[in-house]
Write a protein that binds this ligand. Structure first.
Ligand SMILES: Nc1ncnc2c1ncn2[C@@H]1O[C@H](COP(=O)(O)OP(=O)(O)O)[C@@H](O)[C@H]1O
Ligand SMILES: [Mg+2]
Length: 260
């Protein structure tokens, strides 16, 4: 279980001002739960994710996994950032294998496993290519394979599909749900898309900015497996409407089109 207890994170800006990126955020995420994080730009979503990843520490409050304080990155956590951050000199296959190499967990099945993941995201035949021969969307799919190859128990994703075109994005969202359904893991997923947030989540954490706080946590009880067809589902409709209302106030909520 991931536990954030009254986490505050303050940054010092270049001109010496203090920026409160997160203030008094408490959140418990159960094992194998799928939690999405949605909110306007600058509300502290990436900061929250980076604290759970062990990349930065809270200024106040505590963050822990299974009761252990998070003080540094742990190898059993997989992370996908907004930008793919691949090694430019290594092949696609070697980029996917990187976590296993670093953890000294390479074995005779590793290459096959990486190739199977690449197949899953539509990149069969690209194993030997260099990242610069791939489009941005393809590179991001390689980064997703890299985050999954060591079968992490926690997967942290920061707007992972932001660089993909709309159709690939929908396809990847469904693929992620399938992967998660087959091998359950705890997922914390940051997105700007309300639809994506609701389709994926057991619970949607809606954040508000300046300072970044949790505005509301919304449970999504729609049955699984899901597809984008849940858009017609009343649970989905009501959740989307509520999230829009939390983010925009009443000015952008058109009841007839709330789930659009
Ligand atoms: N390393 C940093 N130094 C200074 N300010 C930062 C740093 N990281 C984030 N911030 C500030 O903290 C706030 C929250 O940022 P972030 O967590 O990236 O928001 P989000 O991911 O929701 O867009 C923003 O005002 C941002 O400018
Ligand atoms: Mg961000």
């Amino acid at each position: 279980m991931i536990t954030l207890n009254r986490v505050t994170r303050i940054f010092n800006s270049r001109d010496g001002d203090e920026i409160t990126a997160l203030e008094d955020v408490s959140l418990e995420i159960r094992d194998n739960e799928f939690v999405t994080l949605v909110g306007p730009s600058g509300c502290g979503k990436s900061t929250l994710l980076r604290i759970v990843a062990g990349l930065i520490l809270p200024t106040a409050g505590t963050a822990s996994i299974g009761g252990q304080p998070i003080t540094e990155p742990r190898s059993e956590t997989g992370i996908v950032f907004q930008a793919p951050t691949l090694l430019p000199w290594a092949s696609v296959l070697d980029n996917v294998l990187l976590p296993l190499r670093m953890m000294r967990r390479m074995d005779s099945g590793s290459a096959d496993k990486a190739a199977a993941l690449l197949k899953l995201v539509g990149l069969s035949g690209f194993e030997g290519k260099s990242p610069r021969e791939l489009s941005g969307g393809m590179q991001q799919r390689v980064a997703i394979c890299r985050a999954l190859v060591h079968e992490p128990d926690i997967l942290l994703m920061d707007e992972p599909f932001g660089a993909l075109d709309a159709l690939t994005r929908e396809e990847m969202t469904m693929e992620l749900l399938r992967i998660w359904g087959e091998r359950p893991k705890t997922v914390l997923f940051v997105t700007h898309s309300i639809t994506e947030a609701v389709v994926l989540a057991d619970r949607v954490v809606v954040m508000s900015p300046r300072p970044g706080r949790i505005a509301e946590i919304i449970g999504i009880s729609s049955p699984r497996p899901r597809s984008f067809h849940v858009e017609g589902d009343p649970v989905f409709h009501e959740a989307s409407r509520r999230i829009r209302q939390l983010i925009f106030g009443n000015r952008h909520v058109d009841p007839g089109r709330a789930a659009a």
